[in-house]
Design a protein around this ligand. Structure first.
Ligand SMILES: C[S@@+](CC[C@H](N)C(=O)[O-])C[C@H]1O[C@@H](n2cnc3c(N)ncnc32)[C@H](O)[C@@H]1O
Length: 223
C-alpha cells in the first residue's frame, strides 16, 4: 500500500481525468447546458462516465429517476448495442425532453422505455416493463424512498443473480458521514444513511461507496 494515506483526490485530479477522456457526445453537452440553469439535478460528468463503465456488460437496466435522461444516456452509451433501459419518472415534461436528446445521440427508440409514474406505485402496480429480472439498477429519485426502491427490487425478484445496484447521492455532500453538519431531523440525510448502512452491511451484497460526485454506492447482488 502507498504510504501517503492523507492524500485524497481533488478537483485538479478530476479535471486531468476529464481532459484525457474521450469528449462527451453532443447530446450529453446539451443536457448539461439545459439542466444547469434550471437547477435540474443530474449526475455530474464523472459519475456519468462511471455509470457508462458499470453498464458495459449489463443488458437490462432499470433506473429510478430519469429527469433529463443524463444518467440514462451515459448508461445507454456504455451498454451493449442490444441493451435496454426501463426508466421511471412521473415528470413527463422532463422525460419528453430526454427522449429528444437520446434520439440526438443515436440511441434506438426501442432501447429505452419510460414509465411515467411514481416509482413505488409503478413497482406495486405490476407494470409489465418492470417485471425484470434486471442486470443493473440505478437509484436516483426521492432520497427518503431509497430503501423502499431497494425492497421493490429485491422483494419483487427484479434483480438477476450478480445484478449491480448503484445509487447516487449517498454521501449527500458529507452530511451522511457527518464530515459536514446536518440537521438532526433531516429526512433525506437520515434515510440515505440508513440505506447505505443497510446495503454495506448486508452479506447478500458485495458493496462499497465510490467517492465520486455526491457519492455512488455500488453493490453486487448475490441473493
Ligand atoms: C435527481 S433527478 C434524476 C437525475 C437523473 N438520474 C440524471 O442523473 O440524469 C430525480 C428525478 O426523480 C423524479 N422523481 C420524483 N419523484 C419520483 C418518484 N416518486 N418516483 C420516481 N421518480 C421520481 C424527479 O421528477 C426527478 O426528475
Amino acid at each position: 500500500m502507498k504510504d501517503d494515506s492523507d492524500w485524497i483526490p481533488d478537483a485538479v485530479d478530476l479535471e486531468w481525468v476529464e481532459a484525457n477522456s474521450v469528449p462527451p457526445t453532443a447530446a450529453v453537452l446539451a443536457i448539461e447546458a439545459a439542466a444547469g440553469p434550471l437547477g435540474v439535478p443530474i449526475v455530474d460528468r464523472h459519475s456519468g462516465r462511471v455509470l457508462a463503465v458499470l453498464a458495459g456488460d449489463r443488458r437490462r437496466i432499470v433506473e429510478v429517476g430519469t429527469a433529463y435522461g443524463h444518467s440514462t444516456l451515459w448508461m445507454a452509451l456504455g451498454q451493449p448495442a442490444d441493451g435496454t433501459i426501463v426508466t421511471i419518472d412521473p415528470d413527463h415534461e422532463r422525460t419528453d425532453l430526454a427522449r429528444g436528446w437520446w434520439r440526438e445521440a443515436g440511441i434506438a427508440e426501442d432501447r429505452i422505455t419510460v414509465v411515467t409514474a411514481k416509482a413505488l406505485e409503478a413497482f406495486a402496480g405490476q407494470e409489465p416493463a418492470l417485471a425484470g429480472p434486471f442486470d443493473m439498477a440505478f437509484i436516483d429519485a426521492l432520497k427518503p424512498e431509497y430503501e423502499a426502491y431497494l425492497d421493490a427490487l429485491i422483494g419483487g425478484g427484479r434483480l438477476a443473480p450478480g445484478a449491480l445496484v448503484v445509487a447516487d447521492n449517498v454521501l449527500w455532500s458529507g452530511r451522511v458521514s457527518g464530515s459536514r453538519p446536518a440537521e438532526p431531523d433531516d429526512a433525506s440525510t437520515n434515510a440515505l444513511r440508513r440505506f447505505s448502512e443497510r446495503v454495506l452491511g448486508d452479506e447478500r451484497f458485495t458493496a462499497t461507496i465510490l467517492p465520486v460526485g455526491d457519492g455512488l454506492l455500488i453493490a453486487t447482488w448475490h441473493g
